[in-house]
Design a protein around this ligand. Sequence first.
Ligand SMILES: Cc1cc2nc3c(=O)[nH]c(=O)nc-3n(C[C@H](O)[C@H](O)[C@H](O)COP(=O)(O)O)c2cc1C
Length: 396
Amino acid sequence: MSAAATIPAMPRPRIETRLCRLLGIQHPIVLAGMPGIAGPELTAAVSNAGGLGMLAVHAHMPDELRALIRLTRELTDKPFGVYVALPDSRTREMPRQGKRARLPADELVDCLEFAESFMEQHGLELQDESGPPGAIPLCTRAFLEAHVQVVIEEHVPVFSVGLGTPLPDLEALHDHGILVIAPAGTVRDAVRLATAGVDVVVAQGHEAGGPNAPVGTLPLVPQVVDALGPRLPVLAGGGIGDGRGVAAALMLGAEGAWIGTAFLAAREARLPDFQRCALIGAGDDSTVVTRSITGQPLRTLRSRWTDTWERTEFEPLAAPYQARISGPVLAAALNSGRADVHPGTAGAAAGLIRSIRPTGDILADLVSGARAALDQSFDVGAHPTPLAQQLRRIPS
Ligand SMILES: Cc1cc2nc3c(=O)[nH]c(=O)nc-3n(C[C@H](O)[C@H](O)[C@H](O)COP(=O)(O)O)c2cc1C
């Protein structure tokens, strides 16, 4: 008999919550929406590893979304979701089609001049940014509903939107058995989403990468859990970078974790190599909340662009105009692999990332790390942690 045959296989650690049963997944880990990063490869890899992958789109046309969904299906037979974030609609109310925010003409010209001189100073060349012909204008209800229609036709089981992206027609989604996950940055937004009929609320804290919410994850999650009561499962998002973070989320009353930044380190993520290097090199203070990119607060890796903008006297323009200023700068930096100008969007958990790894390994570590942290916290006698040892030395 071989040695391998005599060693019984170790059971794989499991953490099952109501969310797992609801979504038909093994582990309560959901890939957060990251347009441009979470394509079919990462989505399928998360689902294949037992979490819920989330195929994320923003400036994609509906037919592109359909093609991406089909590609994802070729890579996994497990459930996954579709996440839509409208890049130019980070306000609560979506402008009606045809109605435009007022153009801040003078400021726009000054800011464009600033961006041009920044590019010149840093040796960046303007890219050709012409979009596809006949595109549906972004920032309209028609655009969002066109995506929803594709999700329904393709029988995707879960739909989600970005922070601030308005909810589509939930009845149409529910009629087709599709569950809706939506992020909230405040208790008031969480209650509004629950009242509107979403199935799972993400309590997304200040530490998250991307559009920024004001309250930290640690205080936000239990407040959202308390406000919603047991009727809706809550996912905790923002700053969860390893298994200890997942365990903390569960101890705060969440039923799972909504994780973006930690999956940026996945081999399957669509991240250029120079941004991978920037991510691995990031420390605890490498991210910043800035309005220099979209006009709205956004957490990203600090760069020459964010630092230089902070030193100017300019107020960032309202969305969508600020993106017209920063867009060409970031596109040029992306094209020439300039991590000093465009290291990429990431949350505060970037400091926990040490290497690029297969998605399956990242997810397995999140689960086993959470299991170990939960076991230790419930059974300090069996696994004496430094804290438990200290506590034992303090006379009661
Ligand atoms: C690279 C990246 C891109 C993101 N893009 C968006 C976006 O376009 N819209 C949005 O609402 N949230 C966006 N987010 C936020 C995520 O959906 C999620 O809330 C966040 O990643 C969770 O926190 P974590 O990054 O600390 O894990 C992005 C996050 C990252 C890291």
